[in-house]
Design a protein around this ligand. Structure first.
Ligand code: KG4
Ligand code: ZN
Length: 336
């Protein structure tokens, strides 16, 4: 079953054609250059850029894979004005070609991104439920039990900033531009002492599985105010901040392993492009005789529509189509 999938939840205009778990085309038009000078995503600019490009991106995705049996679209969570553009286009295409429409939760997409395959069906990983899934992106930090297809239980989430957002805000204070995650990764690699400043690890002593990164960001801000001379040690600063964020992610995931007994891990979202964080998760899985899966290709870590198409395939198998196409609306705060 070929699915034309659209995701316009934030700042990438993304369209893909998938067949089961295989990706036939995956076009991602990033708006980073538009938002960069504002230091973050500006909703009104995101909306306009999606509107300007959506037809072009749909056309491009269909160049490599001309026909499709259903249309899928991200319903939420995300920016309302951005989601609307994708939903409008998806309705239009479903109606024009007389195809079924499938509404997908963006977070489910990040969970399934670990199982997306290339057009040849590689890698050939099979599902071995249950999994402990962590989504780490610019907008989300969520720990989820992935029980079976389309069945989740959220067991932890951030109470303020997301992990990627924390990295981006720290990077902004260091003048590293937006998004800062990849720059911080590069700088941290060169730091001799990875945890030179040992910033606080938020929420580690709390008993629940929630995350909080705004206290860390604040203490980083005041540290820089109080010690302007330390700004020279940019590698150590970047690395120590990254270390505090990553240690927290690992410690909470380990707590979740101990509480649930689930040792098969999935990690999705933009932040898991970070190779150092991948190494930390591999070590964690090994320590607990478990396994860990990440998206197999880098362009599947950040926002993309291929992961939306793959979720839609499983929803279609269960008959979960949109029956009132005209009435479908965005849900900016949609949860799992
Ligand atoms: O999944 P994504 O593209 O967008 C959201 O759905 O939010 O994630 C973007 C986030 C940004 O915060 C960015 O700084 C972070 O992912 N990121 C990274 C790396 N590449 C992107 N963080 C750490 N290391 C990286 N290599
Ligand atoms: Zn995302």
């Amino acid at each position: 079953m070929k699915i034309l999938a659209i995701d316009t939840s934030c700042d990438e205009t993304a369209v893909a054609v998938t067949d089961g778990r295989r990706v036939l085309s995956n076009i991602i038009y990033s708006q980073i250059l538009i938002h960069k000078k504002w230091g973050g995503v500006v909703p009104s600019l995101a909306k306009r850029a999606h509107e300007d490009r959506i037809d072009f991106v749909v056309g491009d995705a269909l160049k490599k894979a001309a026909n499709f049996d259903a249309v899928a679209v991200t319903q939420g969570p995300g920016l309302a004005v951005a989601l609307e553009v994708g939903i409008k286009k998806a309705k239009e295409l479903a109606q024009k070609y007389g195809k079924k429409l499938i509404a997908v939760n963006h977070l489910e997409g990040h969970v399934y991104s670990c199982f997306v395959q290339n057009s040849q069906g590689n890698p050939p990983i099979e599902f071995r439920f249950p999994y402990l899934a962590l989504i780490v992106s610019g907008g989300h930090t969520e720990l989820v039990i992935f029980k079976n297809h389309l069945q989740y239980e959220v067991i932890g989430q951030t109470v303020d900033d997301a992990a990627g957002e924390a990295l981006d805000k720290a990077g902004k204070l260091l003048g590293l531009g937006y998004p800062a995650g990849p720059v911080i990764e590069r700088l941290a690699k060169e730091a001799e002492n990875k945890d030179f400043y040992h910033f606080p690890r938020p929420m580690l002593r709390s008993n629940n599985l929630n995350f909080s990164f705004s206290g860390l960001k604040t203490s980083f801000y005041y540290f820089l105010q109080r010690h302007p001379e330390e700004q020279k040690k940019i590698k150590e600063l970047a690395s120590s901040f990254q270390e505090a964020v990553f240690d927290t992610l690992i410690a909470k995931t380990e707590k979740a392993i101990n509480q649930t007994g689930i040792t098969n891990l999935l990690v999705g979202g933009g932040v898991i492009a970070n190779q150092y964080l991948r190494t930390k998760f591999r070590q964690l899985a090994k320590k607990h005789q478990g396994s860990v899966l990440f998206p197999s290709y880098k362009h599947l870590t950040g926002d993309n529509a291929a992961m939306i198409g793959v979720v839609a395939y499983y929803k279609a198998q269960k008959g979960q189509f949109v029956f009132d196409i005209v009435g479908l609306d965005r849900v900016p705060r949609l949860g799992l």
